[in-house]
Design a protein around this ligand. Structure first.
Ligand code: ATP
Length: 448
């Protein structure tokens, strides 16, 4: 392997070094399945979330937002099928105590009942429910059981009638939600790819039965285009069509991304039929039918097309996709590598960094003044320490798309240098043009 390729180790190390992601409770040896987002990580995550939110709610007149509680009535999870079905088959090695998901194991190893790590004897697969169970109130009895939601979708289904009534929504329409979900994953690995606590960005689209296949195709197209719009290398994306469907699904596709460990699921697009709303009708006793006032009060239970993406998994995807160790050696030199994150400028944690060429002679003050002018519009950074080339590299490594350098001429004529992360080109512009120029560059950005 080319030793300048992206690996998970490099991503983990960069994330820690530059404040994207830290191990949870690190000073106590870490908590598996949980990660903390540092100053740059939270900006990146927020930007991805905002891009998704904008795409769903701002760009689609018929999609509205929701923020439902994590704790829900336990009957929700009986109705959804999670109490009975949301489990992974688990096998343990009796000798080395390794634990595996039987559905992810090499099927030959599973059939031989021998541990792939040590050759020891494996137990029979056991169903292991993935929901975290806790209690509300002082008594830890069955009457007080609540679950941490394992998906955000159910919060949408139980509010679907509220939203129709309060917001006068007509089918077809959608409800978007971003929030935490929890799964007691047996194997948490690959950094933030699979964790016990994570965030989802889900949109549930309610349609008339019979129109579901059309909308399913529509949403597959929309989701693909989203990643394209935000500069993801599309040759690292592919579709996976589910042959074995979940108990609620009529059709299902995953968008997979080629992470360093191989192609893995990033987002699922599912035709969930009328399963969820029918089950909630059955379990709650409430009528979940839609009354189509425009068509002679025609009544039906809508079909649901779901787009379900992991937000934290998207953070990992955007990091891996942006990462490059680029040889920028000039004439004569064989090698000179810089690490650069080619984030789309509207995803990048910092949009513009302002750098005075020198600290002295009033350049620092002038740079601060320019930074203050830009703060209202962009997330900015300021750095005055070290050689200018070094400071550019520091910004490249965290994916800052634009740097403004303030020098002696800036004092005289108000001109500054605008430096582009990807091409490393520099142009001279007047300080009064910076904000408009950056906005223009963000709009027309194409990844090279
Ligand atoms: P898997 O089969 O890999 O466990 P799944 O098919 O059950 O995942 P979904 O229930 O469809 O996943 O969840 C929708 C999305 O939520 C996934 O595409 C993924 O991006 C994200 N997701 C699911 N589980 C996790 C997790 N444990 N950690 C991080 N993200 C997750």
């Amino acid at each position: 392997m080319d030793n300048h390729e992206v690996t998970m180790e490099k991503i983990v190390s960069l994330c820690k070094r530059r404040g994207f992601v830290f191990q949870s409770s690190e000073i106590y040896g870490g908590q598996s399945g949980a990660w903390d987002y540092g100053p740059l990580g939270i900006e990146l995550k927020k930007n991805i979330q905002n891009a998704w939110w904008k795409e769903m709610t701002q760009m689609h007149d018929n999609i509205v937002g929701l923020d439902a509680a994590i704790l829900m009535h336990p009957r929700v999870w009986e109705a959804s099928g999670h109490v009975a079905n949301f489990s992974d088959p688990l096998v343990d090695c009796k000798q080395c105590k390794m634990r595996y998901r039987a559905d992810n194991m090499d099927q030959e190893a599973l059939a031989s009942k021998k541990c792939p790590a040590c050759g020891g004897e494996l137990t029979e697969p056991r169903a292991f429910n993935l929901m975290f169970k806790t209690h509300i109130g002082p008594a830890e009895d069955t009457a007080s059981v609540v679950y941490l939601r394992p998906e955000t979708a159910q919060g949408i289904y139980v509010n679907y009638k509220n939203i129709i009534q309060s917001n006068r929504m007509k089918i077809p329409f959608g409800i978007a939600q971003v929030g935490k979900a929890f799964r007691n994953e047996i194997v948490t690995k690959n950094f933030i790819f699979r964790t016990c606590e994570f965030e989802q960005m889900e949109m549930q689209f309610f349609v008339k039965p019979g129109e579901d296949e059309k909308w399913f195709e529509y949403w597959r197209g929309q989701r693909w285009e989203f990643y394209k719009k935000y500069g993801v290398c599309m040759d690292k994306m592919r579709w996976y069509h589910h042959e074995k469907l979940a108990h609620y699904a009529k059709d299902a596709y995953d968008i997979e991304y080629e992470f360093p460990m191989g192609f893995s699921e990033l987002e699922g697009i599912h035709n969930r039929t009328d399963y969820d709303l029918s089950r909630h009708t059955e379990y709650s006793g409430k009528d979940m039918q839609y009354i189509d006032q425009d068509n002679g009060a025609d009544k039906y239970i809508p079909f649901i097309i779901e787009t379900s993406a992991g937000l934290t998994r998207n953070v990992l995807m955007f990091l891996c996709d942006a990462y490059e160790e680029q040889n920028i050696a000039g004439d004569g030199a064989a090698e000179d590598y810089r690490t650069v994150l080619h984030f789309h400028p509207s995803i990048a944690p910092v949009t513009v960094a302002v750098l005075p060429l020198m600290k002295k002679d009033g350049l620092a003050e002038l740079a601060r003044e320019i930074q203050n002018e830009l703060k209202e519009d962009f997330v900015t950074d300021y750095d005055q320490s070290g050689a200018i080339g070094k400071r550019y590299r520091r910004q490249d490594e965290v994916g800052t798309p634009f740097c403004i350098t303030v020098d002696y001429d800036s004092k005289e004529d108000g001109s500054v240098t605008l430096r582009f992360r990807d091409s490393m080109e520099q142009v001279r512009i007047h300080r009064s043009e910076i904000a408009a120029r950056i906005r223009e560059e963000i709009k027309s950005y194409k990844r090279t």
